[in-house]
Each structure stands twice: as structure tokens, then as C-alpha cells.
Design a protein around this ligand. Sequence first.
Ligand SMILES: Nc1ncnc2c1ncn2[C@@H]1O[C@H](COP(=O)(O)OP(=O)(O)O)[C@@H](O)[C@H]1O
Ligand SMILES: [Mg+2]
Length: 382
Amino acid sequence: MENSLENLTQLHQTERVRIVGMMTGTSADGLDLCLVEFTGMDRFPEYRVVETREMALPPELSTAFKRPLELSLSQATELSFRLGEWYAEQVLSCGWDFHLIASHGQTLVHAPPRYTLQIGEPGYMAQRLKKPVVYDFRTADVVLNGQGAPLIPVVDEYLYRDSEEARLCLNIGGIANMTLLPPKSHSLPVIAWDTGPGNTLMDRAMVTWTEGELSYDADGKNARAGCVNQTLLEWLLQHPYCQKQPPKSAGQEEFGSPFFQKIINRFSPHNAGDWQNLLATLTEFTACCINRDLERFGADYPPFKHLFVGGGGSRNVYLMERLQKMLPRVTIEPVEEAGVTQDNKEAFGFAYLGYLWLRQLSGNLPSVTGAREPAVLGKLCL
Ligand SMILES: Nc1ncnc2c1ncn2[C@@H]1O[C@H](COP(=O)(O)OP(=O)(O)O)[C@@H](O)[C@H]1O
Ligand SMILES: [Mg+2]
């Protein structure tokens, strides 16, 4: 089928559509792809997860995306084209039958409400796959004075909001974000925010300690072997971001390589024991940010019964144990909802945001991002 405006208009009126959601997060570990079939015309279509894939990013792209603030303008521009071309190759290699692509791209800078930038030139996919691509999902919200993030809460609402019970959704990627879902028809709004670091500081500690050999603390084993340094933890918790109220969102600007360097300057690890203590402290910091924010901003909500956790950090067994200790009354369980899992939830989420775009329905929640009004998110590349 030709990639034309006419066909797109037809698709807009077609009830059953297949959308590829694509996500490359701040961890810069890989591309997550999720092919979803939606049936419906409104906000709450039926869905079926058809297939999920994860592709490791080529090392040169991954290395650059781990230190985005150090890129020159021409390097960033070139990376956008190379990433876009690589995206097209990956989607082609899946051999999937679908109608539309929804691509988040790679965040290079994020300083809302002033600006945000996700790269990954969509033209390659439009050209090679002959399918419409929706991309740049955050800008419309930032233009309306919003944070442009988090965007997954609308997906949490779709998948998890219950009529009786207040629930929590947590995603632990490079950065962690949390969604508070009051029962349906409750007067309090859905709110969400980035709580602070997810895996980013722990990952940096592992890479620095092992000189690049290991990229993360598998299952939190090293953190478990270490002891929390209370002085360092207190200092970490004084980070200005931890004092902010929602709406708030974070990125490499707050918790990237410059902040990690500051940590290393304060606490210079000399041996394996020191590094394990640092990892224990950084893991505790991630958990404390989540717990403290929930205490502060969730106090007026009915008691939360369940917390559904996703993202790579949900595989960090030790981090999950720490979090469960801090939240004894909440049942913490991995995301698992009819084919949506802790690994594909964000890619699924972008497929859903692509669906909302196709129906021209708003994708941001102003109660979450602080935007002046709801907006249709995404731009079109044919
Ligand atoms: N078994 C595991 N133990 C601990 N951490 C893990 C494990 N598996 C994945 N991770 C963490 O998850 C991260 C990737 O998570 P992901 O959800 O893809 O983040 P992003 O959305 O930022 O790309 C890895 O960098 C790593 O820190
Ligand atoms: Mg990832």
C-alpha cells in the first residue's frame, strides 16, 4: 500500500490497526519494539500484543547516548541520521505486517518547560518501509508549558486504572517514574512524575568500576554485598530535584555523568568493597526517592494496594526487596497484563500513543505534565 495522505485518512477510519511502538530509553541499552493490534475508535480500544523484540544498540551509538551532554551539534545531527537509518533496518528485519510506526526516539536533552529533544530521523523508516511514522511525542506538551514527561501515565490509566482500588505503576529505566491511579470516578486526579534516578547512577558505577566490562549490577548482587554509606545517602537526598514538587521530570541534566562525577569526587572508591558500598548507597538512593515522594505526594490518596513495576530495574532483585521493605502494605508485582510485560511496557505504550495520534485523541495528561491543556502528541512523517 502506498504511503500517502489518502491511505492515512482511510486508516484513520479503519477499526482494526496494527501499530509498531518503538522505545530507546536513557539507559541507551537497546531498542524495544512492540507490535500491537488495536480494535476500536475511542480511547479504550481492545488490544492484542502480537510480537515483541529487543535489539541491542550498536556500541558507537550506545556510547554516545550515555553521554549526550558532551555531543557537539554536528555530532548530534549525524547521530540522528545514523539512528534513524538503524531504526529502519531493525523494523525491516522484523518482517512484520503493520500500518503505522510510533517512534519515541533517543532523548539527547530534556529541560522542560523550555525544551526537549528526541532524535532518530524518521524519514528512513517512512522511505524504506513505506509506512507512516509518528514521532516527536514530547514537544507538543512542552509547547503548552508542560514537562513533556512522563507520557506513560495515559497508558497506565488504560491498562491499570481500577473502579474500586487505588493503584501505583512504577517504571525503573535509566530514570524512574511513578503513576498514582485513584479509583475511577474518584475526585483526585491521576498524577505522575519522575521520582529521580532509576538505574542510571548504579549503571555508571558498574561501568566505571569494571572499566566497561559490565554495564549493570545484575540482580543487585554487588549492592547486596555492600553497606549503605549514610553520610553519602543524606547528601544525595539533598539533590535539588528531590526537593521539587510534581509536575517534575528528570534526565541526564540532573542525574547524568556530571552528577556521577560529583559523587565520585566525594566518595572515591579504591577497592571492591568501596565500590559495593557505593552501589548499595546508590541503590538505596533510587528506592528512597521513590518512597519519599510517594509519602509526600500520595498522602491524600486512598491506600494503595498494588504497585505494578516494569522497566529493567524491576529485574534488580535487591532493589525490589529494598522497595518492598519501605512499602510494607503494598503488594509489589511485575507488570503482566495480557501480553504487556515489564520488558515491553514502554514500547507497548508508544504503540498506544501512536493509536491515540491516529484517532486524533490527546495523549498527555495535564494533571501529570502541567501542560495548559490536553494535546494530540506526535508529528507525522510520510
Ligand atoms: N537482571 C538485572 N539486574 C539488575 N538490573 C537490570 C537487570 N536487567 C536489566 N537491568 C537494568 O535495566 C536497565 C535497562 O532498563 P530499561 O527499562 O531498558 O531502561 P531504559 O528505558 O532507560 O532503556 C539496564 O541498564 C540495567 O540497569
Ligand atoms: Mg532500554
